[in-house]
Design a protein around this ligand. Sequence first.
Ligand code: PLP
Length: 300
Amino acid sequence: MQKVPYIWKNGKFLNWDDAKTHLITHTLHYSAGAFEGIRFYDTKKGPAIFRLKEHTKRLFYSAKALDMKMQYSQKEINEAIIKLIKKNKIKKGYIRPLVYYGEGRMGLSTKGFLPDTMIAAWGWGSYLGEHAVRVKISKYMRIHPASTVSDAKLCGHYTNSILASIDAYKNGYDEALLLDYKGHVAEGPGENIFMVKQKTIYTPSVGTILPGITRDAIMTLARDLGYKVVEKNIKPEELKRADEAFFTGTAAEVSPISSIDGKKLKLAEGGPVTMHLKEEFLKIVNGENKKYSKWLTVVQ
Ligand SMILES: Cc1ncc(COP(=O)(O)O)c(C=O)c1O
């Protein structure tokens, strides 16, 4: 990971090396925390943050799910993110806000606790690599919506994601795909999934997934480009018979899928619909499509 000069914590800019936390940090032990992953891109107008307001809104939704008392407003968090990018002089990369319970308290009742807030930003390239990914259907089920607030981005959910990732790479695959409790396709450990059949685009309905901000952008973009987009329950067998499939996510952007459980898709190396959407998405995030400039916050 590329070190940058500053990390923001509770309203102050700390030097990277001083931004430490105590071993008795509640969230380190019990994982009660909410976070975001946001990308910013090097555009002609300067660094531009993709869908900043939507990400901050989701951060507050996630923190609320844990009954955390936010110490800053959404506006203050957005301003802190912008200042952090400016101070660190980074042109493109990844932003990680995290709201967590810090040192000094233990126990599972968080009554009366006040969270700490930190924001880091660093340069981060391609997440799933440049090639279409080989996917394994995970032996782990996606977290059950009755056991947690499954559409919140909570630290604890990522144990499920990490277990699925381990299961995938230990078996020689690039990425995992988790099914929900009904056996339907849910999502990747850190990505939403789409499949394409005869030019129609399908994606799992909300309910057992994190409703991704990239997922929303891709559905909007695809419809604007004239594609039919359908949200529905998808069986794994149906996915294996798809013409194309791809992951979306802040880190993964638009990443083509080549195979599921070793079964190659018909258009395995990124079919025409996937590549069309990927190309148009990259134009948008890089500030080359005025129509979607509302999705970009330029850091000036
Ligand atoms: C489990 C999970 N699903 C989907 C996504 C994609 O969401 P987004 O496009 O908002 O990054 C992410 C990434 O945040 C994730 O962690």
